[in-house]
Design a protein around this ligand. Structure first.
Ligand SMILES: [Zn+2]
Length: 379
Protein backbone atom coordinates (compact mmCIF):
# COMPACT_ATOMS: atom_id res chain seq x y z
CA UNK A 1 0.00 0.00 0.00
CA UNK A 2 1.38 3.37 -1.02
CA UNK A 3 0.84 6.39 1.15
CA UNK A 4 -0.18 9.24 -1.10
CA UNK A 5 0.13 12.95 -0.40
CA UNK A 6 -3.59 12.96 0.21
CA UNK A 7 -3.22 10.37 2.94
CA UNK A 8 -0.43 12.40 4.40
CA UNK A 9 -2.67 15.46 4.45
CA UNK A 10 -5.30 13.41 6.21
CA UNK A 11 -2.77 12.43 8.84
CA UNK A 12 -2.14 16.08 9.58
CA UNK A 13 -5.75 17.15 9.39
CA UNK A 14 -7.03 14.40 11.63
CA UNK A 15 -4.31 14.83 14.16
CA UNK A 16 -6.72 16.86 16.24
CA UNK A 17 -9.15 14.01 16.59
CA UNK A 18 -9.04 12.44 19.99
CA UNK A 19 -9.95 8.83 19.68
CA UNK A 20 -9.47 5.92 21.92
CA UNK A 21 -11.26 2.67 21.74
CA UNK A 22 -10.16 -0.89 21.87
CA UNK A 23 -12.42 -1.62 18.96
CA UNK A 24 -10.46 0.82 16.86
CA UNK A 25 -7.72 -1.77 16.57
CA UNK A 26 -9.96 -3.54 14.12
CA UNK A 27 -10.39 -0.54 11.86
CA UNK A 28 -8.95 -0.22 8.40
CA UNK A 29 -5.38 0.69 7.78
CA UNK A 30 -6.28 4.20 6.67
CA UNK A 31 -8.31 4.80 9.81
CA UNK A 32 -5.46 3.52 11.89
CA UNK A 33 -3.18 5.84 10.06
CA UNK A 34 -5.14 9.01 10.60
CA UNK A 35 -6.77 8.37 13.97
CA UNK A 36 -4.26 9.83 16.35
CA UNK A 37 -4.89 9.90 20.06
CA UNK A 38 -4.46 12.76 22.43
CA UNK A 39 -1.09 11.40 23.24
CA UNK A 40 0.02 11.58 19.64
CA UNK A 41 -0.84 15.24 19.57
CA UNK A 42 0.91 15.98 22.83
CA UNK A 43 3.86 13.99 21.68
CA UNK A 44 4.03 15.90 18.45
CA UNK A 45 4.10 19.15 20.38
CA UNK A 46 6.49 17.98 23.04
CA UNK A 47 9.01 16.41 20.74
CA UNK A 48 8.49 18.81 17.82
CA UNK A 49 10.32 17.02 15.04
CA UNK A 50 10.01 13.52 16.39
CA UNK A 51 6.52 12.68 15.26
CA UNK A 52 5.87 14.80 12.24
CA UNK A 53 3.92 14.68 9.07
CA UNK A 54 7.16 13.91 7.27
CA UNK A 55 7.45 10.50 8.88
CA UNK A 56 5.29 8.80 6.30
CA UNK A 57 7.96 6.30 5.36
CA UNK A 58 8.34 4.99 8.89
CA UNK A 59 4.60 4.88 9.36
CA UNK A 60 4.19 2.94 6.15
CA UNK A 61 6.59 0.30 7.38
CA UNK A 62 4.66 0.04 10.61
CA UNK A 63 1.36 -0.19 8.79
CA UNK A 64 2.70 -2.82 6.42
CA UNK A 65 3.63 -4.79 9.48
CA UNK A 66 0.19 -4.40 10.98
CA UNK A 67 1.25 -1.75 13.49
CA UNK A 68 0.03 1.73 14.14
CA UNK A 69 0.06 4.30 16.91
CA UNK A 70 -3.67 4.59 17.31
CA UNK A 71 -3.84 2.32 20.33
CA UNK A 72 -1.56 4.44 22.40
CA UNK A 73 -3.51 6.07 25.16
CA UNK A 74 -3.13 9.54 26.46
CA UNK A 75 -0.43 10.64 28.86
CA UNK A 76 3.03 11.92 28.32
CA UNK A 77 4.63 10.55 31.40
CA UNK A 78 5.20 6.96 32.27
CA UNK A 79 2.97 5.85 35.07
CA UNK A 80 4.14 4.26 38.25
CA UNK A 81 2.14 3.52 41.31
CA UNK A 82 4.98 2.71 43.68
CA UNK A 83 2.84 0.55 45.84
CA UNK A 84 4.46 -0.20 49.11
CA UNK A 85 5.35 -3.81 49.60
CA UNK A 86 3.01 -4.22 52.53
CA UNK A 87 0.08 -2.34 51.16
CA UNK A 88 -0.30 -3.92 47.75
CA UNK A 89 -3.89 -3.67 46.69
CA UNK A 90 -5.32 -3.91 50.18
CA UNK A 91 -5.70 -7.63 49.66
CA UNK A 92 -4.15 -8.69 52.92
CA UNK A 93 -0.63 -9.61 53.83
CA UNK A 94 0.02 -12.19 51.10
CA UNK A 95 1.21 -12.33 48.48
CA UNK A 96 3.78 -9.78 49.51
CA UNK A 97 5.97 -8.76 46.60
CA UNK A 98 9.52 -7.73 47.35
CA UNK A 99 11.20 -6.06 44.38
CA UNK A 100 14.97 -6.04 44.27
CA UNK A 101 15.88 -3.10 42.04
CA UNK A 102 19.54 -3.17 41.06
CA UNK A 103 21.54 0.01 40.77
CA UNK A 104 23.23 1.39 37.69
CA UNK A 105 26.14 -1.06 37.79
CA UNK A 106 23.56 -3.83 37.80
CA UNK A 107 21.82 -2.08 34.86
CA UNK A 108 18.72 -1.34 36.90
CA UNK A 109 17.37 -4.86 36.53
CA UNK A 110 14.57 -6.07 38.77
CA UNK A 111 14.33 -9.41 40.52
CA UNK A 112 11.20 -10.17 42.52
CA UNK A 113 10.49 -12.25 45.59
CA UNK A 114 6.85 -13.22 46.02
CA UNK A 115 6.30 -14.11 49.65
CA UNK A 116 3.34 -16.18 50.75
CA UNK A 117 2.52 -17.76 54.09
CA UNK A 118 4.83 -20.73 53.69
CA UNK A 119 7.51 -19.74 51.24
CA UNK A 120 8.88 -17.52 48.50
CA UNK A 121 8.85 -17.69 44.70
CA UNK A 122 11.53 -15.68 42.89
CA UNK A 123 10.97 -14.21 39.46
CA UNK A 124 14.23 -13.46 37.66
CA UNK A 125 17.31 -12.41 39.59
CA UNK A 126 20.20 -9.98 39.05
CA UNK A 127 23.27 -9.46 36.88
CA UNK A 128 26.24 -8.82 39.14
CA UNK A 129 27.61 -10.81 42.03
CA UNK A 130 27.02 -7.91 44.43
CA UNK A 131 23.38 -7.45 43.47
CA UNK A 132 22.78 -11.20 43.44
CA UNK A 133 24.19 -11.51 46.95
CA UNK A 134 21.95 -8.64 48.03
CA UNK A 135 18.94 -10.38 46.51
CA UNK A 136 19.90 -13.60 48.28
CA UNK A 137 20.25 -11.70 51.56
CA UNK A 138 16.74 -10.32 51.09
CA UNK A 139 15.47 -13.82 50.50
CA UNK A 140 17.24 -15.07 53.63
CA UNK A 141 15.81 -12.21 55.69
CA UNK A 142 12.28 -13.36 54.84
CA UNK A 143 13.21 -16.60 56.59
CA UNK A 144 10.97 -18.83 54.50
CA UNK A 145 11.96 -21.55 52.03
CA UNK A 146 12.51 -20.74 48.38
CA UNK A 147 9.81 -22.70 46.56
CA UNK A 148 10.74 -21.96 42.94
CA UNK A 149 12.48 -19.60 40.54
CA UNK A 150 10.54 -18.49 37.45
CA UNK A 151 12.44 -16.94 34.53
CA UNK A 152 11.04 -14.52 31.97
CA UNK A 153 13.88 -14.54 29.43
CA UNK A 154 17.50 -15.64 29.06
CA UNK A 155 19.48 -12.41 29.31
CA UNK A 156 22.29 -12.38 31.88
CA UNK A 157 20.81 -9.56 33.94
CA UNK A 158 17.82 -11.78 34.69
CA UNK A 159 19.31 -15.25 34.95
CA UNK A 160 22.87 -14.92 36.25
CA UNK A 161 21.90 -14.41 39.88
CA UNK A 162 19.90 -17.65 40.05
CA UNK A 163 23.15 -19.32 41.07
CA UNK A 164 23.09 -17.34 44.30
CA UNK A 165 19.35 -17.72 44.88
CA UNK A 166 19.49 -21.52 44.94
CA UNK A 167 22.71 -21.71 46.90
CA UNK A 168 22.48 -22.83 50.55
CA UNK A 169 24.47 -19.70 51.36
CA UNK A 170 25.74 -16.72 49.41
CA UNK A 171 28.80 -18.53 48.11
CA UNK A 172 28.20 -19.45 44.49
CA UNK A 173 30.54 -22.41 44.79
CA UNK A 174 28.15 -24.23 47.11
CA UNK A 175 26.19 -27.16 45.82
CA UNK A 176 22.84 -25.74 44.74
CA UNK A 177 19.72 -26.74 46.59
CA UNK A 178 17.15 -28.66 44.60
CA UNK A 179 14.73 -25.88 43.80
CA UNK A 180 12.43 -25.91 40.76
CA UNK A 181 13.87 -23.43 38.24
CA UNK A 182 11.21 -22.98 35.61
CA UNK A 183 11.26 -21.44 32.15
CA UNK A 184 10.20 -21.96 28.58
CA UNK A 185 12.43 -24.37 26.71
CA UNK A 186 13.40 -21.51 24.38
CA UNK A 187 14.69 -19.52 27.35
CA UNK A 188 16.83 -22.40 28.58
CA UNK A 189 18.11 -23.03 25.05
CA UNK A 190 19.34 -19.47 24.63
CA UNK A 191 20.97 -19.51 28.06
CA UNK A 192 22.90 -22.58 26.97
CA UNK A 193 23.83 -21.11 23.63
CA UNK A 194 25.04 -17.78 24.99
CA UNK A 195 26.57 -18.29 28.44
CA UNK A 196 30.10 -18.96 27.25
CA UNK A 197 30.20 -16.11 24.76
CA UNK A 198 28.76 -13.69 27.30
CA UNK A 199 31.30 -14.77 29.88
CA UNK A 200 34.17 -14.20 27.44
CA UNK A 201 32.76 -10.86 26.38
CA UNK A 202 31.93 -9.41 29.76
CA UNK A 203 34.31 -10.87 32.33
CA UNK A 204 37.13 -8.50 31.34
CA UNK A 205 34.77 -5.61 31.99
CA UNK A 206 32.83 -6.80 35.04
CA UNK A 207 35.75 -8.81 36.47
CA UNK A 208 34.74 -10.53 39.72
CA UNK A 209 31.24 -9.07 39.42
CA UNK A 210 30.50 -11.35 36.45
CA UNK A 211 28.87 -14.56 37.68
CA UNK A 212 31.00 -17.20 36.06
CA UNK A 213 28.65 -20.15 36.34
CA UNK A 214 24.96 -19.95 35.63
CA UNK A 215 22.42 -22.32 37.10
CA UNK A 216 19.97 -23.65 34.56
CA UNK A 217 16.24 -24.34 34.52
CA UNK A 218 15.37 -27.87 35.59
CA UNK A 219 11.74 -27.69 34.52
CA UNK A 220 10.27 -26.41 31.26
CA UNK A 221 6.80 -25.03 30.71
CA UNK A 222 4.88 -24.47 27.52
CA UNK A 223 2.78 -21.50 26.48
CA UNK A 224 -0.18 -20.96 28.84
CA UNK A 225 0.95 -23.68 31.22
CA UNK A 226 0.57 -22.92 34.93
CA UNK A 227 2.49 -23.84 38.05
CA UNK A 228 1.22 -23.53 41.62
CA UNK A 229 3.24 -22.92 44.76
CA UNK A 230 1.77 -22.36 48.21
CA UNK A 231 -1.67 -21.83 46.69
CA UNK A 232 -0.53 -19.23 44.16
CA UNK A 233 -0.91 -20.05 40.47
CA UNK A 234 1.48 -18.51 37.97
CA UNK A 235 0.67 -18.89 34.26
CA UNK A 236 3.29 -18.34 31.59
CA UNK A 237 2.66 -16.76 28.21
CA UNK A 238 5.23 -17.41 25.51
CA UNK A 239 5.77 -14.23 23.50
CA UNK A 240 8.61 -15.54 21.36
CA UNK A 241 10.99 -12.94 19.91
CA UNK A 242 10.21 -9.31 20.58
CA UNK A 243 10.79 -8.08 24.11
CA UNK A 244 14.40 -7.35 24.29
CA UNK A 245 15.32 -10.97 23.63
CA UNK A 246 14.80 -13.79 21.13
CA UNK A 247 12.74 -15.64 23.75
CA UNK A 248 10.37 -13.74 26.01
CA UNK A 249 7.66 -14.75 28.39
CA UNK A 250 5.44 -13.11 30.95
CA UNK A 251 4.15 -14.68 34.14
CA UNK A 252 0.69 -13.78 35.40
CA UNK A 253 -0.31 -14.45 38.99
CA UNK A 254 -3.87 -15.70 38.71
CA UNK A 255 -4.79 -15.27 42.36
CA UNK A 256 -5.83 -11.91 43.68
CA UNK A 257 -4.44 -9.28 43.22
CA UNK A 258 -3.73 -10.47 39.64
CA UNK A 259 -0.34 -9.01 38.99
CA UNK A 260 2.03 -9.75 36.12
CA UNK A 261 5.78 -10.06 35.77
CA UNK A 262 6.58 -9.03 32.23
CA UNK A 263 10.37 -9.16 32.07
CA UNK A 264 11.87 -6.90 29.45
CA UNK A 265 8.69 -6.42 27.52
CA UNK A 266 8.73 -3.18 29.52
CA UNK A 267 11.53 -0.86 30.56
CA UNK A 268 9.94 1.78 32.75
CA UNK A 269 11.93 4.99 32.88
CA UNK A 270 15.01 3.46 31.24
CA UNK A 271 16.18 3.21 27.67
CA UNK A 272 15.70 -0.33 26.38
CA UNK A 273 18.03 -2.67 24.55
CA UNK A 274 16.61 -2.95 21.01
CA UNK A 275 19.51 -4.63 19.24
CA UNK A 276 18.02 -8.10 18.84
CA UNK A 277 16.44 -7.32 15.45
CA UNK A 278 12.89 -7.64 16.69
CA UNK A 279 11.53 -4.16 17.28
CA UNK A 280 8.49 -4.86 15.09
CA UNK A 281 7.84 -8.12 16.96
CA UNK A 282 8.18 -6.17 20.18
CA UNK A 283 5.42 -3.81 19.08
CA UNK A 284 3.22 -6.77 18.16
CA UNK A 285 3.87 -8.34 21.55
CA UNK A 286 2.86 -5.14 23.30
CA UNK A 287 -0.45 -5.33 21.45
CA UNK A 288 -0.88 -8.92 22.58
CA UNK A 289 0.08 -8.02 26.14
CA UNK A 290 -2.52 -5.26 26.22
CA UNK A 291 -5.17 -7.96 25.95
CA UNK A 292 -3.46 -10.47 28.24
CA UNK A 293 -2.98 -7.86 30.95
CA UNK A 294 -6.35 -6.16 30.66
CA UNK A 295 -7.41 -7.26 34.17
CA UNK A 296 -4.03 -6.90 35.82
CA UNK A 297 -3.74 -4.51 38.73
CA UNK A 298 0.03 -4.07 38.67
CA UNK A 299 2.70 -4.77 36.07
CA UNK A 300 6.15 -5.58 37.41
CA UNK A 301 8.67 -4.80 34.65
CA UNK A 302 12.19 -6.10 34.07
CA UNK A 303 13.62 -2.63 34.62
CA UNK A 304 12.13 0.32 36.48
CA UNK A 305 9.20 0.87 38.79
CA UNK A 306 6.00 -1.12 38.71
CA UNK A 307 2.86 0.46 37.31
CA UNK A 308 -0.50 0.04 35.67
CA UNK A 309 -1.41 -1.05 32.14
CA UNK A 310 -0.15 2.39 31.16
CA UNK A 311 3.34 0.88 31.17
CA UNK A 312 2.44 -0.97 27.98
CA UNK A 313 1.44 2.32 26.35
CA UNK A 314 4.61 4.04 27.53
CA UNK A 315 6.79 1.32 26.07
CA UNK A 316 4.89 1.46 22.81
CA UNK A 317 5.33 5.22 22.58
CA UNK A 318 9.04 4.87 23.21
CA UNK A 319 9.51 2.35 20.41
CA UNK A 320 7.39 4.32 17.93
CA UNK A 321 9.33 7.48 18.72
CA UNK A 322 12.65 5.69 18.38
CA UNK A 323 11.58 4.39 14.98
CA UNK A 324 10.42 7.80 13.79
CA UNK A 325 13.59 9.58 14.85
CA UNK A 326 15.84 6.86 13.55
CA UNK A 327 14.15 6.80 10.16
CA UNK A 328 14.47 10.53 9.89
CA UNK A 329 18.19 10.36 10.68
CA UNK A 330 19.08 7.23 8.75
CA UNK A 331 17.58 8.33 5.47
CA UNK A 332 16.35 4.77 4.98
CA UNK A 333 19.88 3.38 5.15
CA UNK A 334 20.59 0.26 7.15
CA UNK A 335 23.25 1.96 9.25
CA UNK A 336 23.64 5.36 10.90
CA UNK A 337 26.63 7.66 10.92
CA UNK A 338 28.24 8.42 14.26
CA UNK A 339 26.77 11.93 14.05
CA UNK A 340 23.31 10.51 13.47
CA UNK A 341 23.70 8.16 16.44
CA UNK A 342 24.71 11.10 18.61
CA UNK A 343 21.63 13.04 17.52
CA UNK A 344 19.43 9.99 18.05
CA UNK A 345 20.78 9.72 21.58
CA UNK A 346 20.18 13.39 22.24
CA UNK A 347 16.61 13.27 20.99
CA UNK A 348 15.68 10.10 22.84
CA UNK A 349 17.16 11.58 26.00
CA UNK A 350 14.88 14.55 25.45
CA UNK A 351 11.97 12.15 25.03
CA UNK A 352 12.84 10.30 28.24
CA UNK A 353 14.58 12.83 30.47
CA UNK A 354 16.67 11.25 33.18
CA UNK A 355 16.24 7.76 31.77
CA UNK A 356 18.95 5.27 32.64
CA UNK A 357 20.92 3.11 30.19
CA UNK A 358 21.13 5.85 27.56
CA UNK A 359 24.19 4.16 26.06
CA UNK A 360 21.76 1.62 24.61
CA UNK A 361 20.19 4.22 22.32
CA UNK A 362 23.16 4.37 19.96
CA UNK A 363 24.07 0.74 20.52
CA UNK A 364 20.75 -0.43 19.12
CA UNK A 365 20.65 2.00 16.19
CA UNK A 366 22.21 -0.04 13.41
CA UNK A 367 20.24 -3.15 14.30
CA UNK A 368 16.96 -1.27 14.22
CA UNK A 369 17.90 0.55 11.00
CA UNK A 370 18.77 -2.74 9.31
CA UNK A 371 15.52 -4.35 10.48
CA UNK A 372 13.42 -1.45 9.22
CA UNK A 373 15.29 -1.30 5.90
CA UNK A 374 14.68 -5.02 5.42
CA UNK A 375 11.01 -4.62 6.33
CA UNK A 376 10.68 -1.77 3.84
CA UNK A 377 12.37 -3.84 1.12
CA UNK A 378 10.04 -6.76 1.77
CA UNK A 379 6.97 -4.59 2.07
ZN1 LIG B 1 16.92 -6.84 31.36
Amino acid sequence: MTISNRDNDLWCRFACKITKSTKQRQHSSLQNYVSLTLFSILLAVATSQMVSCQSVSASKILMDNGLSMDNVTSSLTSSTNNLSENEDHGMGLFPKIHPHMSGEKGIFVNGYLVETANGVVAIDSALTASESKALKAELDSINKPLLAVLLTHPHPDHVAGVTYLVSPNTSSSSTPMHIPIISLQSVEKIMNATEEAKRSQWTPIFKEEWISKWTYPNQNVKDEEAVTFDGMTYRVHDLGPGGDSDANSIWILENEPNVAFVGDLVFNGHHPYIADDHILDWLRNLERARDLLANITTIYPGHGESGSIELIDSQERYLFTYIDVLRELSGDNSTLTEEAKAELTQRMEEFLPGGGLSFLIAQSADSVAAELAAAAANG
